[in-house]
Design a binder for this molecule. Sequence first.
Ligand code: ATP
Ligand code: MG
Length: 414
Amino acid sequence: MSQLQPVRGTHDLLPDEMRRYRHVVDTTRAAAECYGYLEVGTPIFEFSEVFKRTLGDTSDIVTKEMYTFTDRGGETITLRPEGTASVARAFISGGLAQHVPLKYFYSGPMFRYERPQKGRMRQFHQTGVELLGVADPLGDVEIIAVGVEVLRRIGIWDRCYLEVNSLGDTESRKAYRDVLVSYLSGYKEKLSKESLERLERNPMRILDSKDEGDKEIVANAPVYSEHLNQASLDFFSRVLEGLEAIGIPHAINPRLVRGLDYYCHTCFEIMSDELGAQRTVMGGGRYDGLVGIMGGPETPGVGWASGVERCMMLLKEEPAVRRPIALVPIGDEAEREALILANTIRRAGLPADLGYSGNMGKRMKRANKINARVAVILGETELAKNVAALRDLDSGEQREVPLDSLIESLAHYQ
Ligand code: ATP
Ligand code: MG
C-alpha cells in the first residue's frame, strides 16, 4: 500500500488548493508583467553542473539536497532545486547577452531533498523574477518593489516585513572574510561539524547556520556592515534611498546573508511571523558574478524567489470562484433539451453544470453542493411554454424567462 501514498515531502493539489495555488501564481505573474517582466519556462531538469558550479560546493543545496540521477544515456542530471541558475543557463545558451537589460518571470516546481515539515517540502513551488544586465542600484530597488507589490496583490503583505542587508563587493567580502575567519577560529571546538568544514571554504555561510550552538557564536561575530568599503556603502545607501522614495518599509538586518554563494551587494528577505519556523516567504539579492562563473559574458543580475506554498499558508480569504449555473431537467424530453442548453450556455462562456441522472430533488441537492448561483429548471410545463424557471439559489426567488433570451438572463448572475 505504501506505493499508493505520495512520496514523502510531496503533495497533491486538489481543486481547492489548486485555486489558492493559481491565485498566488497568477497574481505574481500579473504584477511582474506590470513591471515589464516576461514569463520564461526552463526545463525542470538540467545537467548537474548547472547547479553545482553556481550554487557552490558548500551550499546546503549542493551538499545534501539535490535530486541527482544518471539517465539512460549516462548523463548526470539534477531536478532543479531553484530557478536562478537555470535562467542564467538559458541566458547563456540562448546568446541573449546582446539584448540586455532583460526582465524575466518564472514559476514552477522545485525539488530539494530536505526534512519535510510545515512549510518545507521536497517538491515545492516557486515564483521568481530576474533582472539581467543592470548594475545600477535602481535595479535592486525595482526588484524589491516588484516583490512587495506581488505580496500586496496576493493579499498578504500586511502580515509580512522586509529585511535588507548588503554583502558588499568582492573587495569588501575578502576583507570581511579574513576578519570573520580569525574570529570563528577561536571557536573551533564549539562549531558544528558542518560549519567547521565551511570555515576554510566559505566562512560567510556559517552566518546562515541553523545549528543552535553556531547561532550563539555567530551572534557576537564581527558585523559585516562595519567592514564594507566606500563603494559598497554608497551602493547600499542608494538602494535604501530608493526604497524610501517609493515608501517601502524595511529594516536593516546586518546578520542577513543568503544561503547561496553567488550573491553580492543587496540581499533581502521578506518574512512573516505567522508562518512558524519557516518564516521566509521571499528571498533575493544581487548576483553579479553568476553568469560569469557559468562561463557566460560578465553580466550583472538581481532577482528573488518566493515560496508559493508559504504564500498560500498566509492567505486569509479564499480566492473568488465563478459559481456555476445548474441545469435541472425533469423528464426525458427536458433532459434532451438541457443537454443542448448546457452546451449553448458554455459556448457563451458561462460555467454550466448538468448532472447525468436523478430526479429534481437529487439535482437540486447537487446544485447546492457545487455552490451554484442559479438553477435553470426545465419541466414539461416550462417546455410547453418555451420558457425555463430560473431559481436564484441565494434568495430562493424564482421566475420564468423565455428560452430564447436565457443567456442574457443568466449573464446577470455572473
Ligand atoms: P531556508 O533558509 O528556509 O532553507 P532557502 O535559503 O533554502 O530557505 P531559497 O533558496 O532562498 O530558500 O528559496 C526561496 C524561497 O523558496 C524560500 O524563502 C521559501 O519561501 C521557499 N522554499 C525554499 N525551500 C523550500 C522548501 N523545501 N519547501 C517549501 N518552500 C521552500
Ligand atoms: Mg534551504
